[in-house]
Ligand binder design. Structure first.
Ligand code: PBG
Ligand code: ZN
Length: 324
């Protein structure tokens, strides 16, 4: 591969040969759009730190869903903002909760749109933690039952897939058993398997109103310094019946995505989280970067690292670029 015999620039000469040589393709089929659904009526409340995103009440969902379908986006993932919160997050499995109602509205308006639900307690607990508190920490085993009930409730409302994001040990197994018992053997589980305790979730917590009232999530989410531990988390979740495993956040953890892809070759998703979105939007607003180009470069990097599915707040923006 010595110059002048090998001249890599020959295969970069024009757009056609560059396209022919491209090793990674991003398509709209890779994208999942997160949506925040809230209680109440007539609500379309902008999320300040996430331009272009809103808390939507269920009656305002239809127009949004039609736009998503028209753009060819195959799937959404739902987060709920309930009217009432309590210490145990009991509203997580109310059959008339915002997520449960949203699923029905979406399935009515666009049966072909694939509906994934985030399964966690932090949107429903008064203290904002992802489970039941005992001795100032989240109690693992008593939280499992609540998560299982939440997942079953989403499946009963018509969810196509459930995605637990709580990081309790054993939750994939608990949810799989509960779903099977209730007749939902066909509903897959996408597990947030390697979910790090990340400051990149900041804007999301404004969007979902789920900032912890005290402390942090370090006793259940992963230490950003760890990579071997991510492999153990993934191996365990696969053994418990996870159908898809996820790495979250995406961009600061591309090495984790690649390692998991190489090690397991199992359906893999990555969550391009709120802070990753907000930083690009903010720099774009300041005129410091070309937001569209940085977005596309970011998304292709996640695909190149080995993720098939990308959950991203850019899904609509990227779909517009990919269709142009
Ligand atoms: C709930 C949950 C969070 C995110 C997805 N599900 C927040 C958290 O764990 O604090 C973050 C998503 C984002 O930042 O876009 N457990
Ligand atoms: Zn949570």
């Amino acid at each position: 591969m010595k110059f002048p015999d090998y001249r890599p620039r020959r295969l970069r000469k024009n757009a056609v040969i560059r396209r022919m040589m491209s090793e990674t393709q991003l398509t709209v089929d890779d994208l999942v759009l997160p949506l925040f659904v809230t209680y109440g009526k007539g609500i379309k409340k902008p999320i300040e730190s996430m331009p272009g995103h809103f808390q939507l009440s269920v009656d305002n969902l239809k127009a949004e869903i039609e736009e998503i379908v028209a753009l060819g986006i195959p799937a959404v993932i739902l987060f709920g903002i309930p009217e009432k919160k309590d210490a145990s997050g009991l509203s997580a499995f109310a059959s008339d909760g915002p997520v449960q109602e949203a699923i029905k509205v979406i399935k009515d308006a666009a049966p072909e749109l694939y509906v994934i639900t985030d399964v966690c307690m932090c949107e429903y607990t008064s203290h904002g933690h992802c489970g039941i508190i005992k001795d100032k920490d989240v109690d693992n085993d008593s939280t499992l039952e609540l998560l299982a009930r939440e997942a079953v409730s989403h499946a009963e409302s018509g969810a196509d897939m459930v995605a637990p994001s709580d990081m309790m040990d054993g939750r994939v197994q608990a949810i799989r058993i509960a779903l099977d018992q209730e007749g939902f053997q066909g509903v897959p589980i996408m597990s947030y398997a390697a979910k790090y305790a990340s400051a990149y979730y900041g804007p999301f917590r404004e969007a979902a109103e789920s900032t912890p009232e005290f402390g942090d999530r370090l006793s259940y989410q992963m230490d950003p310094a760890n990579t071997d531990e991510a492999l153990r988390e993934v191996a365990q979740d696969i053994s418990e019946g996870a159908d898809i495993i996820m790495v979250k956040p995406a961009l600061p953890y591309l090495d984790i995505i690649r390692r998991i892809k190489d090690e397991f070759n199992y359906p893999l998703a990555a969550y391009n989280v709120s802070g990753e979105y907000s930083m690009i939007k903010a720099a774009e607003e300041k005129g410091w970067i070309d937001g569209e180009k940085v977005m596309m470069e970011t998304l292709i990097s996640i695909k190149r690292a080995g993720a098939k599915m990308i959950i991203t707040y850019f899904a609509k923006d990227a779909a517009r670029v990919l269709r142009a």
